[in-house]
Ligand binder design. Structure first.
Ligand SMILES: [Zn+2]
Length: 336
């Protein structure tokens, strides 16, 4: 059975991948029933201080699948970092069978600077699979794929809305990939939908290696959002139970399958005041908000071009013409 197929059929051929008896992360062997924090050297500061990528490794006594939980691929997306920190703190990422790898912060430079990218402006999530001799982003991607990824059967990549947009908790799976779709159903975030993996993204690279990846998106950059954090932890636990590497998880709440989504863009520059809240259901023609100028000379109402759920909402008042204001998701069963 190729790896990744296990996602929808977790029983059976566990511990594929050439024998998990020999689990080695970077240069550290991890025996069954032990934990480790492996520090993978990735860079050096101008001061000469070494920068390494810490990876928590939790290996149960009993054999089983290997799940990767990662956050901070975009350095300013902190909810994922906090989801993983809490799972480490309370032990909820510890498997009863198999292995869990936790990388709380993949983009350490962006994390320190409060930015999505690395200091050179590159996005690690557009730099996979990377190269040992490439840009810093490319080197980080390469180190991740070389030293962390090889034993992984399934991965969850935790993100938030970028650019000061708030995402209602949602999980994205790969279009046409039944495994990741089944995992998204198990994760049971309030919203779930298919997207095409972006070229050179982590998810695209994982898909090439037949490893299903869920991308969780919740909250906004540089902010903690308690609901986003709680939904992320609960979803990760449900996936662990589904994979047979944990025994208990919170019961799922309602999870709506979204079919098509549509961005509503600003018709003009100005100050955006939303009239709707994240998660709100709107009808076609409903007022979504207004765009004004600071002198209140021009006021323009933004109307919903379609009915659906507000799954993403811009939080930054100052907008330019064409800026993304609101993403509306239509429930899948309402699609023609
Ligand atoms: Zn992101």
């Amino acid at each position: 059975m190729p790896r990744g197929r296990c996602a929808v059929d977790p029983v059976g051929d566990l511990g594929v991948r050439g024998g998990m008896q020999d689990l080695v992360i970077h240069d550290t062997p991890i025996a069954p029933g032990t934990d480790a924090i492996v520090r993978i050297p990735i860079a050096q500061l101008p001061t000469g201080t070494a920068v390494d990528l810490p990876v928590h490794v939790y290996r149960a006594e009993a054999d089983g699948l290997c799940l990767l939980l990662q956050g901070g691929l975009h350095g300013d997306e902190l909810n994922g970092v906090e989801i993983l920190r809490r799972m480490v703190a309370d032990g909820s990422c510890r498997p009863t069978r198999g292995t869990v790898l936790v990388v709380p912060v993949l983009n350490l430079f962006g994390f320190l600077a409060g930015s999505r990218e690395l200091p050179d402006g590159k996005d690690i999530n557009r730099s996979f699979p990377g190269s040992a001799r490439g840009s810093l982003a490319s080197r980080v991607a390469h180190a991740h794929m070389t030293h962390v990824f090889p034993p992984v059967n399934v991965a969850i990549d935790f993100h938030t809305g970028g650019g000061r947009r708030h995402n209602e908790p949602q999980v994205r799976f790969t279009e046409g990939d039944a495994d990741s779709e089944a995992l998204a159903e198990v994760f049971a975030a309030p919203y779930r939908f298919a997207t095409k993996p972006i070229p050179r993204s982590f998810r695209r690279e994982a898909a090439k290696r037949d490893v299903p990846v869920l991308v969780y998106e919740a909250g906004e950059t540089l902010r903690f959002d308690e609901r986003a954090i709680a939904e992320g932890i609960a979803g990760a636990r449900r996936v662990m139970v589904h994979l047979g590497i944990a025994d208990e998880a919170p019961a799922p709440g309602p999870s709506l399958a979204i079919g098509a989504t549509r961005w509503v863009r600003s018709p003009k520059a100005g100050l955006f005041s939303p009239a709707v809240a994240p998660g709100q259901v709107v009808d076609k023609g409903d007022a979504l908000g207004t765009i004004t100028d600071p002198y209140n000379i021009h006021v323009r109402t933004v109307s919903a071009p379609t009915a659906g759920h507000v799954i993403c909402l811009n939080q930054l008042p100052l907008v330019h013409r064409g800026d993304a204001l609101i993403r509306i998701g239509r429930p899948a069963q309402e699609q023609p």
